[in-house]
Design a protein around this ligand. Structure first.
Ligand code: NAP
Length: 278
């Protein structure tokens, strides 16, 4: 048996078209990205989001601050964006330089404009199962499961990784969709015992092929969030040999990554609609 490869690139193109149609219908939708410093990987992410937003007709502002920007200045910039009615979504690219507090920056964003879904207000609302802006990667994962008609209700879902941006929110979304959810992390004893039980396995670790093919249950749906850059290219957390056991598998690249960017656009439209109901 060989897994159906979940085509994140094609699905992302569809989501981006949907977002563009919604922007056209809604009128003006504004997004501001804030990058502090010149980390090359962050620059690539920001340029990707800017390009996608512009292609969808979103008014995208690309704010760049020097690496030594004092915290007070960053907070002033965020306060200005909060007050600006033309801005529906604000993204602060993480990680920030070490002298800046990420928690302070995140909490300075108006929760109604927090299109990364990481403000404590949005994280709390997700926990309570109330409507919220949800982080883009988990949102993209749920859309992939829906599109490929993967049964989530009643499924055993195992999420490997417990970050605030991927692991925890995707676990909550799976729980909301009535999966039975287990969260694993670096201190989990006998990881394989858990992963072998997973009908849906989400790997969000950031370690090359930490999930071996033998750790995947036959017929499972495997979502590989990992992005591990090597001299040979970009690879995921899941050994590609898992395709011989899984029913569905997301590739790296071309799986979760493009969906994350597409969901930034969706979230920006969601934020615009919630802030300015017509
Ligand atoms: P993170 O904050 O570094 O979290 C990694 C998680 O993995 C932690 O919870 C950690 O456990 C756990 N972990 C580490 N080693 C482990 C092991 N040997 N066994 C089991 N769990 C282990 O990372 P993140 O931000 O969630 O990102 C995870 C990966 O996804 C990275 O490769 C990142 O680049 C990628 N990513 C991709 C996208 C995309 O759009 N494709 C978006 C976001 C992230 P502890 O909590 O115990 O330390």
């Amino acid at each position: 048996m060989s897994a159906t490869i979940i085509d994140g690139k094609a699905l992302a193109a569809k989501v981006r078209e949907e977002a563009a149609a919604e922007v056209a219908e809604f009128g003006h939708v504004g997004l501001a990205t804030v990058l502090v410093g010149d980390d090359p990987a962050s620059d690539v992410y920001i340029r990707g989001k800017q390009k996608a937003a512009q292609a969808a007709g979103i008014d995208a502002r690309d704010l760049r601050l020097p690496a030594d920007t004092p915290e007070s200045e960053l907070l002033d910039v965020l306060a200005g964006l909060n007050a600006d009615d033309g801005v529906d979504g604000i993204l602060v690219q993480l990680p920030l330089p070490s002298h800046l507090s990420e928690a302070n920056a995140i909490e300075a964003i108006d929760p109604a404009k927090d299109v990364d879904g990481i403000h404590p207000m949005n994280a709390g609302r997700l926990y309570l199962g109330r409507p919220a802006l949800v982080p883009c990667t988990p949102l993209g994962i749920m859309r992939m499961l829906a599109e490929y008609e993967v049964e989530v209700a009643g499924a055993r879902a195992v999420v490997v990784g417990r970050s605030n941006i991927v692991g925890k929110p995707v676990a909550h979304l799976l729980l909301q969709a009535n999966a039975t959810v287990t969260i694993c992390h670096s201190r989990t004893v006998d990881l394989e015992r858990h992963t072998l039980d997973a009908d849906i396995l989400v790997a969000a670790v950031g370690r090359l092929h930490v999930i071996g093919a033998e750790m995947v249950k036959a017929g499972a749906t495997v979502i590989d969030v990992g992005m591990n850059r090597t001299d040979e290219g970009l690879f995921g957390d899941v050994d590609p040999g898992a395709a011989e056991r899984a029913a569905y598998l997301t590739p790296v690249p071309g799986g979760v990554g493009p969906m994350t960017i597409a969901m930034v656009l969706k979230n920006t439209v969601t934020a615009a609609r919630a802030r300015r109901p017509v």
